[in-house]
Ligand binder design. Structure first.
Ligand code: GCB
Length: 612
């Protein structure tokens, strides 16, 4: 018998199934719409053997024509004799949004399935024509069931997804069940090997979103490439598509434009905008923007700026800028676990601000939407990335589709955010022909969706075989990026800090150089001399020497040292020093700053004083 798609487990299916279910990117800006919050306490069943998913012949319950079993049915015994071996009501609860690892000691290292169940009533203030069930993210695969019916599956742990549930939600007693599975797979994105914690669960907001029958699904409001006086407002409707009237207005700037959608429900309005105040880190000007169609309207706050590369310079609003950056994982070290809230975002962005950063690399996957929105407000430029990390299955077409879907969903979500200036398609991927082809496809995807930003990736450095102090960046993929970014660990993985001043660089491309990582571990509060590994003094000395060395690179235009805050990683096992943390943070896992923080701050203060 040929198994049907729905019967195959995710590991066999790869991502083809998910791609088939995914007609279009998720709707934009869900929190600006009327809706119904599904955050809070959900009952959970931990299911390491997938007992609630497969029957004893290992067939998925939900694929049977008339399913009798499976946790998605969320049943209770009909009478005292019925055998039923699960009970959501009696099971513990976890907070949503939230990862499970930080909510239960027993699940700290858990990788597998957890079933989430929530009951809800739905009494909208006013009836809406359409209803969508929206998830900010679920790591890394989710199967979603409403009132015993499967809505679908989503693969990819860091991007939003949604299912239309119009007519499927009852006024009372709805059962929403989600099986979240965070097992790692070689063919997935990311793959099995990463240097970060694999937090599982419903890690971002869950919401019912109400819309009219025809609604504004997507829009991007940006300056046209190369112009500071012309806005392109692109609007995409969903519903009865053709010849709907659409208007975009920016009242504070006295701007407005109108037009009719084409047969596909799309329209692009060119809005002359000669008097705009441009967004910059010094003046993060945001404008209230209103997008409306015949019977829908959405509001947003949008900044306008240009970013481009000219020769070896990066120009923000036409002026050369130095990117005073730092890297960041999506973690709140003080609370423990994945970040998700505006408060989480403000904690870490506040530390970055103290460091005098104007730029942050959100490594190594899409962070939650609050980050870009708050960076917009605070005037911090961002590098956003997808988890094409280390050893991806370059020859697998499903893997490429998965990476493209994640990149698309990220760009669609954030392309009206002025803070985002770089889309990064990968980190430290080993050079090979299939890999370069894979990444080139991602670059084309990014540019196709957004031609206004810089596209890059964190590449690697190689040493001259005849001279270890001579470092060469000539990755063939560099031909396709706007800036030349690479990670270098001279003085940590590559020799001692004394090696740093001896380094000479050769670049195969005349581009601005933005160092995407450098650094070393230090345990906050551990002191020694500058040659004592894991001491604050070692890390501070490494930063001092590295910053001096980088200044000798004529086209050096910025850096995002690794990393702002210590972060959890199962790979980091050294007792009493790492204890499950990567200690390369400038701020410790206890929230205390290390010496190197002040070395970098001094350097950035000086750069800022130079007006860069
Ligand atoms: C890297 C990786 C980053 C690691 C870091 C390290 O090059 O890009 O994900 O965490 O090195 O600490 O080794």
């Amino acid at each position: 018998m040929t198994p049907t798609l729905a019967r195959l487990p995710a590991a066999v299916l790869g991502v083809a199934f998910a791609a088939a279910l995914r007609a279009q990117p998720p709707l934009l800006n869900p929190s600006a719409r009327q809706g119904f919050d599904l955050n809070g306490k959900w009952n959970v069943i931990v299911d390491p053997y997938d007992t609630g998913y497969f029957d004893y012949r290992h067939e998925p319950y939900d694929a049977a024509p008339n399913p009798k079993g499976g946790f998605f049915l969320d049943r209770k015994p009909a009478d005292k004799s019925e055998l039923l071996e699960y009970n959501f009501d009696e099971s513990p609860t976890f907070d949503v949004p939230g990862d499970w690892n930080s909510q239960s000691d027993k699940l700290f290292y858990y990788e597998g399935s957890v079933w989430y169940r929530r009951h809800f009533d739905y009494a909208p203030a006013a009836p809406s024509d359409r209803l969508f069930l929206y998830f900010g993210a679920a790591n890394c695969e989710a199967e979603v069931y409403l009132n015993g019916t499967k809505l679908g599956r989503h693969i990819g742990g860091f991007t939003p997804f949604e299912f239309e549930v119009t007519g499927k939600v009852l006024p009372r007693g709805n059962s929403l069940v989600v099986r979240v599975d965070n097992r790692r797979h070689q063919e997935a994105v990311p793959t099995v090997n990463t240097d970060w914690w694999n937090y599982g669960g419903l890690t971002r907001d869950v919401r019912l979103v109400e819309t009219p029958g025809t609604f504004v699904r997507d829009y991007s409001i940006q300056l046209r490439k190369g112009r500071t006086d012309l806005i392109d407002a692109r609007v995409q409707l969903d519903g009865t598509l053709s010849h709907q009237h659409v208007a975009v207005s920016i009242p504070e700037a006295g701007l407005a434009a109108e037009g009719d959608t084409d047969l596909a429900g799309a329209v692009t309005l060119a809005i002359p905008a000669p008097q705009l105040k441009l967004w910059s880190p010094e003046h993060p000007q945001l404008y209230a923007v209103r997008v409306s169609s015949a019977n829908d309207q959405v509001s947003d706050r949008v900044g306008f700026r240009t970013i481009e590369v000219r020769g070896e310079d990066i120009l923000l609003n036409g002026k050369p800028v130095f990117l005073r950056g730092v890297c960041l994982h999506e973690e709140n070290p003080l609370r423990g676990g994945r970040s998700h809230s505006p408060e989480d975002a403000r904690l870490v962005l506040g530390w970055a601000r103290e460091l005098n950063c104007n730029f942050i690399r959100l490594a190594h996957y899409p962070h939650n939407e609050n980050m870009a929105r708050i960076a917009d407000e605070m005037g911090i430029m961002l590098w956003e990335e997808i988890p094409v990390y280390w050893t991806i299955s370059w020859d697998n077409p499903d893997t490429l589709e998965n990476a493209k879907a994640q990149l698309t969903d990220l760009i669609v979500r954030d392309r009206s955010r002025a803070s985002v200036i770089v889309w990064s398609v990968a980190n430290e991927t080993p050079v090979s022909e299939p890999r370069t082809r894979f990444l080139k496809t991602l670059v084309d995807t990014a540019r196709g969706l957004d031609d206004t930003r810089l596209v890059s990736a964190a590449m690697e450095v190689r040493a001259d075989p005849s001279d270890p102090s001579h470092k060469i960046v000539d990755d063939p993929f560099g031909a396709y990026t706007d800036i030349l970014s690479f990670n270098e660990y001279v003085g940590w993985y590559d020799g001692l800090p004394d090696k740093v001043p001896t380094i000479r660089w050769s670049f195969a491309y005349d581009r601005p150089v933005v160092i995407s990582e450098f650094g070393g571990d230090a345990l906050q509060g551990f002191h020694g001399d500058a040659l004592t590994r894991f001491s604050e003094e070692y890390q501070a000395d490494l930063y001092t020497k590295t910053l001096a060395m980088l200044q000798r690179i004529p086209q050096w235009r910025g850096a995002t040292p690794w990393i702002l805050v210590d972060f959890r990683s199962p790979k980091r096992v050294l007792p009493h020093v790492q204890d499950g943390w990567n200690r390369k943070g400038l701020v410790g896992s206890n929230g205390q700053k290390k010496q190197a923080f002040f070395v970098l701050k001094k350097f950035y203060d000086e750069k800022a004083a130079e007006g860069r």
